[in-house]
Design a protein around this ligand. Structure first.
Ligand code: ADP
Ligand code: MG
Length: 390
């Protein structure tokens, strides 16, 4: 248990984070609000979190000297992206409390391991096959129930990257070659009615709290819109998803914030898709619609502060702001910033920009939370915002 910042007169403890992206930045803001000093390890001099940290260690994640410095500086360390080398977390754990653990993160880093773990925890996921070599290729091709399927690289995939559609067994070898014959999982393409996710926060004592279930809409493999409450998920389905996420967190002996993505299928059944060992894009609405945000939950689990159940005080829609918005007049024109003044003139809009200096199509630049008195009004404002943003 780390003392709360106010407990140490004049010497606030330091919370460290591996990774300097927007999730790290929002974590740091929450930590700073609670009076903590902050440190980031990220090689990028312009990283969104590095620019707001008390200390930015600008080095690679496996740099032994940088890890040692972070371990000396920080009183507890967490991560903001799942591809942080599990080794770095384990190295740090010898010097300072680290959560989530390198072992838990390692499960989330590898799709085959992750799916096997989810199933072993008693939560269904899509039928899948592990594909690492020619034998695996032949074995997967011989399972007609996996087609049409999606071939996904086992590691490093995000925002729909590293995925190929495979219509039939005859196309599998070519799709695998297209992914560089990297270790993959082939999974059955399911008929999705709705996508949703659940964020749980689990403390060192095993106590678990959760945010209300999020309904998510993806475009081109990237999250576009989150709505909470979820209009198309029944209370029973939401309850089952929360129970499944808590079961997975307990099986991982997880400490920290964990997000589990789910699909609701056409027959109403629920399957888990993947998990993220950190706050998640779909939880950003909690910054403005809940009394405790997912980032404050991360701070609380890391510092051992009380984990009270978060309460949502307003319905919310979250719109992701991708770099495409800067190029909406066509890629041949110089990029120009969207009209934030008009967006902010709409009632209940809360703008979050991540301080990234160059916009690129598909790059997450910020998000817009819309809150209000009732879900219908919030949706109406969200539609107006979409119109303004083009
Ligand atoms: P990423 O790590 O890129 O988020 P996901 O496994 O979540 O990878 O896939 C991205 C999106 O692709 C999902 O949100 C969903 O829309 C779609 N998708 C993934 N797996 C399946 C599947 N088995 N059946 C149908 N759609 C899928
Ligand atoms: Mg996903």
């Amino acid at each position: 248990l780390l003392p709360a910042a106010a407990d140490l007169q004049g010497r606030a403890p330091t919370l460290g984070v591996l990774g300097g992206g927007q999730l790290g930045r929002m974590f740091l803001h929450a930590a700073q609000q609670l009076g903590y000093e902050t440190a980031v390890l990220d090689p990028d001099p312009a990283s969104p979190a590095g620019r707001v940290a008390h200390a930015h260690l600008q080095a690679g994640y496996e740099d032994p000297q940088a890890l040692q410095r972070l371990g000396g500086l920080a009183h507890a360390v967490t991560t903001e992206f799942e591809n942080v080398p599990a080794m770095a977390l384990k190295t740090l754990a010898a010097h300072v409390p680290v959560s989530p653990s390198g072992d838990a993160v390692a499960v989330c880093q590898h799709r085959a391991r992750e799916k096997a773990f989810i199933q072993a925890a008693g939560v269904p996921c899509a039928p899948f096959a592990d594909l690492v070599d020619e034998t695996g290729l032949a074995a997967a091709a011989a399972r007609p129930e996996l087609f049409p399927g999606l071939l996904k690289t086992a590691t490093l995939g995000y925002d729909g990257k590293g995925q190929r559609t495979v219509n039939g067994a005859a196309d599998l070898a070519a799709a695998w070659a297209d992914l560089g014959r990297a270790p993959c999982v082939l999974e059955k393409r399911l008929d999705l009615r709705v996508e949703c996710s659940v964020i749980v926060a689990r403390g060192r004592d095993g106590a678990c709290v959760h945010l209300p279930l999020q309904q998510n809409l993806h475009r081109g493999g990237i999250l576009a819109v989150t709505q909470v409450p979820a209009p198309d998920v029944s209370p029973g389905q939401a309850q089952a998803a929360v129970a499944a996420a808590e079961r997975i967190a307990a099986a991982l002996d997880y400490v920290g914030v964990l997000c589990v993505e789910f699909f609701v299928l056409a027959d109403g059944s629920l399957v888990a898709n993947e998990m993220a060992p950190r706050p998640h894009n779909s939880g950003h609405y909690s910054m403005d619609a809940c009394d405790i945000s997912q980032f404050e939950l991360q701070v609380r689990t890391l510092a051992g502060l009380p984990l009270t159940p978060p309460r949502q005080h307003s319905p919310a829609v979250m719109l992701n702001l991708l770099g495409d918005l800067w190029f909406r007049d066509g890629a041949d024109r110089p990029p120009r910033s969207p009209d934030w003044i008009s967006v902010l003139a709409l009632p209940g809009t809360r703008l979050h920009l991540y301080g990234k200096t160059d916009a690129r199509p598909g790059r997450k630049m910020g998000h817009l939370n819309i809150i209000g008195a009732d879900a219908a009004q919030v949706r109406a404002v969200a539609l107006q915002a979409c119109d303004l943003l083009g």
